[in-house]
Design a protein around this ligand. Sequence first.
Ligand SMILES: [Zn+2]
Length: 312
Amino acid sequence: MELKNDKLMKYNSLPEYLKDNEYILDHYRPEWPLRQTILSIFSIHNETLNIWTHLIGFFFFLILAILTAAMIPRDIHAFTITRIEELIIPLNTTTTNPYVLMSTMISPILKRPITRFPFFTFLFGAMFCLLTSSLCHLLISHSEKIAYIMLRLDYIGIASLIITSFYTQVFYSFICFPFFFNLYMSFITVFGAATIVISLLPIFQTALFRNVRAMLFFSMGVSGVVPIMHKVIVFGDRPEAMLSAWYELLMGVFYGLGVIIYAARVPERWIPGSFDLVGHSHQLFHLLVLAGAYTHYLAGLVYLSWRDVEGC
Ligand SMILES: [Zn+2]
């Protein structure tokens, strides 16, 4: 069935707010009614693969989070009377002093496994980023007002991914060093909050600020190098610290390459119009974000195994 007002258009016919990439010449959906815009998730246009790469990525991370929660040993949030009894009976202890019990039996067990909270915060940050990105690509062309809201949601999603990645790394690396723990945590919280606030300013969404926008997020990501280097210097003799650092280096390569391709708008810059549907820079950027986030997930697993064994 042919829907009304669902004709694809060329770049030159677009309203000004949708002119973002002059090297993608055709297959735009400018200002379709909301129903057609939503249903366009199932049709072919120049945003189809942008929507689906991150929507599939969202479900991939959702499944990953569920499998991870099911397969890795749980952390212990609190102990109960039942648990204390379970601990006491096999040891056949005669002491009833709760502090002695705590220090001799319960404390060492409470130390491991390490809390999973920061790791799952990262998985949540990744899922939030992927879902808001997918939603943004689906709805952005509906109207100027929706585009305004969606772009901001997209920026918040990207910032969430970077901030939660940073939190995971700093938490497990510096859990035993309160000064640096607090220093790095405060830094990324302030930087992340500032990036979100700045990216909410209207001027930030114009094509003119494409590179500024990319650089701000890039700098926030790059600042993660400092605690990673610090970790390598302090824990260089721990295989898990080194393995997680290699994963983080690979993650940096994926994200860095993604940002460069995003800002350079290649390959469509070289042959405008040839990559409208498949292969343009934003699709490559999306795939590299997925690769980077997955690499960070692998680093997260290494952190858990490190701290489960070593504690603090
Ligand atoms: Zn995107």
